[in-house]
Write a protein that binds this ligand. Structure first.
Ligand code: C2E
Ligand code: CA
Ligand code: CA
Ligand code: CA
Length: 278
């Protein structure tokens, strides 16, 4: 048993070492990813469940690494957050998405919306917040830029009064706020009210169980009813089947996003969707 324990210990330290090496190498490469144009925004359509048309998109980061295969944002975003690189990357995402949004509003749909993901780490950068507000207030389409900012609930648990102020200023500049991954953590609907969210996104782990699991279905229904009572619209993410779509639509869910409609795609491909529909 002793030998086994020792062996197991070695095994763990080896994987931990490998893991640390991997992270260090990713971090090293990530530092040059932005200046060498390896990052790209893909866009995933969000449809109105009433009209079945594409009316928004979520911008999602992709890293075209010169040597490695695709590295998921689930892997590199946490490394970007820990190292602080997320500030510059997040800035680039904001500028790119805003320019894209402006273009799409001019050439395709005047009321189109694009959402970006903002990491809790970015809320600590008051200068980034100030820069963004500056940019938005200079936009000609002010006060309705069509930008949506998606935030995860871990941010709200920090109970930082400055976050509330940033939310207010974003909304003053026409930004809509969306609570991401609802149903995975601790947040209650009272948060939504307190922070003035415009949208909530039901997490895909939820969406994907509503057909088989009646408890999840009931809970999902209750979330939609209560959100609507608070004046908040609901986006269901991770819709993969017609059965899921139809249930959500019957429950009065406002918007849908998922592989049933489209995976996240590059700009050119997204414009084909805007032109020709799904
Ligand atoms: P998220 O914000 O929850 O984004 C939704 C994720 O679900 C995306 O994964 C999307 O591709 C995936 N997805 C959409 N529809 C379906 C579906 O029907 N089935 C399944 N299985 N998955 C679906 P992705 O693009 O790999 O991004 C993962 C996470 O990385 C995002 O989760 C977000 O937390 C983070 N991320 C991506 N881009 C950014 C960014 O620009 N900034 C920050 N801070 N985080 C980002
Ligand atoms: Ca999101
Ligand atoms: Ca999400
Ligand atoms: Ca997520």
């Amino acid at each position: 048993a002793k030998a086994q324990g020792k062996g197991r210990f070695c095994y763990f330290t080896k994987t931990m070492q490998e893991n640390a090496n991997y992270r260090a190498s990713i971090l090293n490469d990530l530092r040059t990813a932005l200046p060498s144009n390896q990052l790209e925004l893909y866009y995933q359509p969000i449809i109105s469940l009433r009209t079945n048309t594409v009316i928004k998109a979520e911008a999602l980061l992709r890293w075209n690494h010169p040597q490695r295969d695709i590295i998921s944002p689930l892997q590199f975003i946490p490394i970007a957050e820990e190292s602080g690189l997320i500030i510059d990357i997040g800035d680039w995402v904001f500028q790119q998405a805003l320019a894209q949004l402006k273009h799409w509003r001019q050439h395709f749909q005047a009321d189109f919306q694009v959402s970006i993901n903002k990491s809790p780490v970015q809320f600590k950068s008051l200068s980034q917040h100030a820069d963004w507000m500056d940019t938005l207030s200079r936009e000609s389409n002010y006060p309705e830029p069509g930008l949506v900012v998606e935030i995860t609930e871990s941010l709200l648990l920090q109970e930082d009064p400055n976050i509330m102020l940033q939310f207010k200023q974003m909304q003053h500049n026409g930004v809509k706020l969306s609570l991401d991954d609802f149903g995975t953590g601790y947040s209650s609907l009272s948060y939504l009210n307190k922070f003035g969210f415009d949208f909530l996104k039901i997490d895909k782990s939820f969406t994907q169980e509503i057909v088989e699991n009646s408890d999840k279905r009931e809970l999902c229904n209750a979330i939609i009813v209560m959100a609507h009572a608070l004046g908040i619209e609901v986006v269901a993410e991770g819709i993969e089947t017609l059965a899921q779509q139809d249930l959500l639509s019957e429950m009065g869910c406002d918007y849908g996003q998922g592989y049933l409609y489209s995976k996240p795609v590059p700009v050119k491909k997204f414009e084909q969707i805007l032109k020709n529909g799904l």
